[in-house]
Design a protein around this ligand. Structure first.
Ligand code: ADP
Length: 311
């Protein structure tokens, strides 16, 4: 019978769900924008991913959750950290990836992968919103531009403005003050993106520069940040079609591996039980001390037979 697994990434701003089949192929996915972390939004994302795959919840044999709100995901069998899941997802989306830069709504991470695709080292900024999605959301509010269009604005601007504060709380005030001094919106956007890239470089330095570099998380959709980061790193960054689902995909792939492991263990148990039945049905063991025992009680369990021989 065909089986499917689900990975769910409940982040600080979006809920993501991905469905993978038994061969590891992605069959459905959905990203749902939330106001705040919400059980409702995650259920909507899960149902929409099921619809996308043409499946129902009954087809899902295992669900693994990740992300900031991972413990709130309904029906999750297990939780894994975002580090593990983003690394797993990035390595699946780009074979041979050695460095993952994940920037989501409220944190940023640099993850170094070994040749085996497993996490080697990581560095994370989750204390301060600087350079995270929330920071860009604040910037966009102040510049009155849509988040999906801020990159075009930044790429058309001049990056030579001095940005003194990278604090998300003060970014809005700073941007308004720059606008009041007559600065162009594009120049402000470009200068802020350049500053965020240089800050992200500091995070990468903690784990070591390596390539191929893959960017995951919603902020990876920002082409201007990718451009400034590539320049700061001196390396190309692999562009993923949907970088936001990397964590959920990683969770789904881990769920698939675990389920496969369980199936293999169950098959092994069944084989052992079958062998054991065969041995119990035709006891070949004979022991001078215990012939009487065998006659009185019939076949004895293998463990007991062994203890007789060991005596
Ligand atoms: P989380 O997992 O914490 O919810 P995500 O990985 O979903 O975060 O990233 C959310 C962030 O991605 C938003 O805060 C926003 O700044 C950014 N983002 C989303 N869509 C775009 C886009 N089209 N262009 C640039 N940035 C985007």
């Amino acid at each position: 019978m065909d089986w499917y697994v689900m990975g769910v990434d409940l982040g600080s701003t979006t809920a993501k769900a991905v469905i993978v089949d038994q061969d590891g192929r992605m069959r459905g996915s959905r990203v749902v924008q939330m106001g705040a972390v919400s059980r409702e939004a995650v259920r909507i994302a899960m149902d929409a991913a099921l619809d996308d795959a043409g499946l129902t919840q009954d087809d899902i044999v295992r669900t693994i959750s990740t992300g900031y709100g991972r413990r709130l995901v309904p029906g999750a069998d297990k939780t894994f950290t975002e580090i593990t899941c983003h690394a797993r997802g990035a390595a699946a989306l780009h074979a041979g990836a050695r460095l993952v830069i994940d920037i989501g709504g409220q944190d940023s991470k640099a993850i170094a992968l070994g040749e085996d695709g497993l996490v080697d080292r990581f560095a994370m900024n989750d204390r301060c919103a600087s350079g995270t999605g929330r920071f860009f959301d604040v910037l966009c509010r102040a510049l009155e531009v849509d988040i999906a269009e801020v990159d075009a604005l930044a790429l058309a601007g001049d990056e030579n403005l001095e940005v003194s504060s990278m604090c998300a709380t003060f970014a809005e005030t700073e941007v308004i003050s720059l606008l009041a001094q007559g600065a162009e919106r594009g120049d402000i956007a470009a200068s802020v993106h350049k500053a965020v890239a240089s800050r992200t470089l500091g995070l990468v330095a903690q784990v070591g520069k390596n390539s191929p570099v893959v960017m995951t998380g919603g902020v990876a959709k920002n082409r201007a940040l990718v451009h400034f980061l590539e320049r700061a790193l001196g390396l190309d960054i692999v562009l993923l079609t949907d970088p936001q689902i990397a964590g959920a995909l990683g969770a789904a792939l881990i769920a698939r591996e675990e389920y496969q492991g369980d199936l293999a263990a169950a098959a092994e148990d069944e084989k052992t039980a079958h062998d054991l039945d065969g041995r119990l049905a035709t006891p070949s063991h004979s022991c001078v001390d215990c012939d009487g025992h065998l006659e009185r009680h019939g076949p004895v369990p293998v463990t007991l037979q062994m203890s007789f021989t060991d005596r």
